[in-house]
Design a protein around this ligand. Structure first.
Ligand code: ATP
Length: 898
């Protein structure tokens, strides 16, 4: 029988799991991993390969082809029928392979976001991949974490967990350590934290009692397994378009049949052939597969540039983003904090040193000082070190931080002030704490030393700390606290772009063994304030400028002081010369006023996650498409609400990642700009493949239509059409998926979300190129017929003309309106060159190999015929380039593409 962990006390559970609060040692971990395996859920069973293959046929375009094939077979045209069926199967095969590739790409992305867990092993705490957890491991939880396995809680500090994934209950559950009844339902097992649930508040420690499939979530995981669908709004629109097109084609075919039969005197048999030809000509059967693979290639390219797409539609939305709201710390700045200045009663010191290296001096005026003469600064350093969770470690000469950078800077300060971190923490053990949260902006700890002294220590944003102070520490005395003076000093620091923290304390008796909010409401003594710098990332400054050139407004939303925010804004080019708003000001505005103001303000300071949500809503209400970054658990609602929620891969909580559409693996603003560029490129490439594929179908369909209208022989047969569609789809059209961004992609305004897929520009270009193609193809066919060549030769000329048209058009199709006549234009995409060469080879086989001649009714061509074909087909390049020139010259180029 399985041990009922929730019914036992912590010690009993630890004993049962043969573990201790110290954690397991490496050997034990290794052994248990061998016994229990990895902490991951067995992936859901994929559809059987054959079923997936069959599903490729479930497409209205393919149905029409199958009917066409059946009609052809019924007419005893077996070769044609086999070619049609062959194409149907080949198409399904290509779709199947490409879909598989695209799915693999998505799976790989999922793997890149594997969750982490904070564990204690052998007394040391560190992050590990959650998959490597074993039963008996001690896991530390904090707000924003996703619980990595089923845990029996050993130690709980205000822990609240959202268990809706398991119980459906959306209100977070408060956890305790007390055992519960054996038959308590999951939702009432307050001493357990279940894998997959989300910590929304507080901290805790627990011991792993079940992993992988043996967790509660594992038992029901098959119900939850979500298969990533490769569908996005754009692809859905393409599919809809495909359906509409099919109906049109069927209607047109019926019309054609009637027309030919009744008005042109064709026989029924001949008209069947023509109708089948029309249907297969007009159907862009390769298009859906091309679009899917283009999207997948785009998503892979994004992952290489450090942005991982969690929900595919975000790729398209990225291209129409008009506002990016970014956090400051770590995204626009490096998140490498170093204390630069310290102010204690009436004295301002500069602090030297770099990074987290705890070596540096204190300068007063121009002089380095001995801190023995400045006990206030020593005390500041002492508290900075104790009211702190960060650890600095010297690894091979470099100082490495584990923990929060703000706290890392404070720890380095404490060490510069002459303290040994380990010794101080041993001498002043921490009895309790109130953890830092962006909402209240401070952290407080309670310490007892071994000589019977007890203190509350508090550090946080100056306003939060000043609110609680009634005196100031100065040497041995306590003076009254003059808030104005201290606010001015804090403002001076913030004006230099420094993040400011104030430090305070309160002496209490040893009877105090718990720390509550009410304990630090007031009566504290201010020790001093500390200013730390966090330089902007150079690449972020450049990326902000790039976004602004692309018509995207960049807004900074930060918890920092308004002056710090403004100063950093100035360094990064955000909101210069404009007003800034603070959280307090937002609070007193109603939604209508916020909506009015939100456009003119770029810097939002002292804002908390709740404000982010209101800002997103206000920006959306004024017609913006909003990308919003976030990392904390409370950012999740804003991330969900934003059009593109962006979570931080490094410092972001699991909760924020779950809510986001996209995750940055380097937390860098420049990566967002790159993702926008990539998103625009992917959308462009999807449009380019439509622009490329549809004129082929248009040209072919028109050839048949005109032929019937004019009462001429068909210039190209159904099987030849299928050949052309197939070979061009697998060679030429796919190359556009690899097309790099156009050089002006970040100089265009964001795409309007309402812009239709088939914009006027696209429809026009499709018609224009279709007409060029039909004129050349049909024209040459008629000319050769006129000269008395057999139908077969005239058709071979027509087919080769069509294919070469495609090759030439591809060079043009790489750019919407920019000229293709440049080195990059002609040679820039090597896939275009490979595919063209391959296609030429295929056409040679098509024309000269006897077996092909039999299937496709082709005849060999002479050199002069090839020259004619070459001259005629190359005209498409010139005609389209002339059209582009006119568009650039007289119609404002891409500005008027829609
Ligand atoms: P950004 O939006 O720029 O990334 P943020 O929203 O993360 O910044 P917070 O971390 O909420 O900003 O910090 C807000 C303020 O709280 C800081 O200006 C600082 O004064 C204070 N603060 C930050 N970290 C801590 C901490 N660990 N302990 C106490 N106070 C802190």
């Amino acid at each position: 029988m399985q041990f009922e962990w929730h019914t036992a006390g912590p010690d009993q559970v630890l004993e049962g799991l043969d573990s201790s609060a110290h954690g397991l040692n490496a050997r034990e971990v290794e052994k248990r991993r061998g016994e229990h395996g990895a902490n991951c859920l067995t992936p859901p069973q994929k559809q059987h390969a054959f079923v997936r293959f069959l599903s490729q046929f479930n497409n209205i375009l393919i149905y029409v082809l199958i009917v066409a094939g059946a009609v052809t077979a019924a007419l005893n045209h077996w070769v044609d029928a086999w070619v049609i069926f062959g194409v149907v199967v080949l198409n399904a095969l290509i779709g199947y392979i490409q879909e598989g590739k695209a799915e693999k790409a998505m799976d790989a992305l999922k793997g890149m976001l594997s969750p982490q867990a904070l564990v204690r092993r052998d007394g040391r705490t560190g992050q590990i991949n959650a998959e490597t957890l074993v039963p008996g491991d001690i896991v530390l939880l904090q707000s924003g974490d996703k619980v990595p396995a089923d845990l029996r809680l050993l130690n709980v500090k205000d822990l609240k967990v959202d268990e809706s994934i398991l119980t459906g209950e959306s209100v977070p559950v408060e956890k305790t350590m007390d055992p519960v009844q054996p038959d308590a339902p999951l939702g009432d097992r307050y001493c357990m934290a279940f894998s997959g649930t989300l910590v929304t508040y507080g901290k805790a420690e627990g011991v792993v009692c079940a992993i992988g499939d043996r967790t509660e979530i594992g038992r029901i995981s098959s119900m939850l397994a979500k298969v990533q669908t490769l569908q996005t709004p754009l692809l859905r629109r393409v599919e809809e378009f495909g359906r509409t097109l099919t109906f049109l084609i069927v209607a047109l075919s019926v019309f054609l049949f009637m027309f030919g039969f009744f008005f042109r005197g064709y026989g029924a048999l001949e008209m069947f052939n023509a109708t089948v030809g029309l249907a297969v000509a007009a159907i862009p059967e390769g298009l859906p597969a091309i679009m899917t693979i283009t999207l997948a290639i785009g998503v892979q390219a994004m992952a290489r540039r450090r942005s991982i797409i969690r929900r595919l539609p975000a790729v398209e939305t990225l291209g129409s983003v008009s506002v990016i709201c970014s956090d400051k710390t770590g995204t626009l700045t490096r998140n490498e904090m170093t204390v630069r200045s310290v102010s204690v009663n009436e004295k301002d010191f500069q602090v030297t040193g770099s990074g987290y290296d705890p070596h540096g001096a204190f300068i007063l005026g121009e002089q380095e000082v001995d801190l023995a003469e400045h006990p206030d600064v020593r005390l500041l350093g002492h508290i900075a070190l104790l009211c702190n969770d960060a650890e600095l470690e010297n690894k091979d000469g470099a100082w490495v931080l584990s923990g929060d950078p703000t706290e890392g800077a404070l720890a380095a300060l404490g060490m510069k002030a002459g303290y040994d971190a380990v010794a101080v923490r041993e001498e002043w053990p921490r009895i309790d704490l109130i953890p830092f949260e962006s909402e209240h902006r401070f952290m407080a700890t309670l310490h007892h030393n071994h000589t019977g002294k007890a203190f509350f220590y508090l550090k946080g944003a100056p306003e939060a700390v000043f609110d609680r102070c009634s005196s100031v520490h100065s040497g041995e005395q306590e003076l009254s606290f003059d808030r104005d003076i201290w606010e001015n000093r804090a403002r001076d620091m913030a004006g230099r772009g420094e993040r400011v923290l104030a430090v305070a304390c309160k002496r209490v008796t040893m009877e105090h063994t718990a720390l509550r909010f009410s304990d630090v409401e007031g009566g504290l003594t201010l020790i001093g304030i500390i200013g730390m710098i966090d330089p902007p990332r150079e690449e972020a400054v450049e990326a902000v400028a790039r976004c602004q050139a692309a018509g995207i407004r960049v807004k900074m939303i930060t918890g920092d002081h308004v002056d710090t925010a403004r100063a950093i804004g100035k360094m990064t080019g955000i909101g210069e010369g404009r007003q800034a708003l603070t959280g307090q000001e937002i609070e007193v505005m109603d939604d209508a006023e916020l909506m009015r103001r939100v456009d003119e303000v770029d810097v939002f300071a002292r804002s908390s996650p709740g404000h982010k949500l209101r800002l997103v809503k206000a920006l959306q209400a004024s017609g913006n498409v909003v990308a919003m970054t976030g990392d904390g658990v409370n950012d999740a609602p804003a991330l969900k609400r934003a059009d593109v929620g962006i979570a931080m891969g490094l410092k972001g909580t699991e909760v924020s990642k779950e809510a986001a559409e996209m995750v940055l693996t380097d937390d860098n603003f420049a990566t967002i700009a790159n993702a926008v560029e990539q998103g625009r490129t992917v959308y462009d490439n999807l449009k380019k493949s439509i622009l490329f594929v549809l004129p082929t179908n248009g040209g072919e369909a028109l050839s048949i239509l005109f032929a019937v209208m004019l009462g001429s022989t068909l210039p190209i047969t159904a099987v030849q059409i299928l050949w052309v569609n197939m070979v061009t789809a697998v060679t030429l059209a796919l190359t556009l998926a690899f097309e790099e961004a156009e050089s002006n992609v970040m100089q265009r305004k964001p795409r309007k979300q309402t812009e239709p897929l088939l914009s006027r520009f696209i429809v026009w270009r499709i018609m224009y190129v279709s007409l060029i193609l039909v004129t050349g193809t049909f024209g040459l066919f008629l000319w050769y017929e006129e000269m008395g060549y057999p139908h077969e030769t005239a058709r071979t000329v027509a087919v080769n003309t069509l294919v070469l048209f495609e090759i030439f058009y591809l060079f043009s199709a790489r750019f919407f309106v920019r000229s293709a006549f440049s080195i990059n234009g002609l040679l820039g995409n090597r896939y275009v060159l490979y595919a063209s060469a391959l296609l030429v080879l295929l056409q040679v086989l098509f024309t000269y190999v006897p077996f092909m001649q039999r299937i496709f009714d082709t005849t060999p061509l002479e050199l002069d015929q090839w020259l004619v074909i070459l001259v005629v087909s190359s005209t498409v390049l010139f005609f389209v380039e002339v059209e582009k020139f006119v568009r650039r010259r007289f119609f404002g180029g891409e500005e008027h593409m829609s």
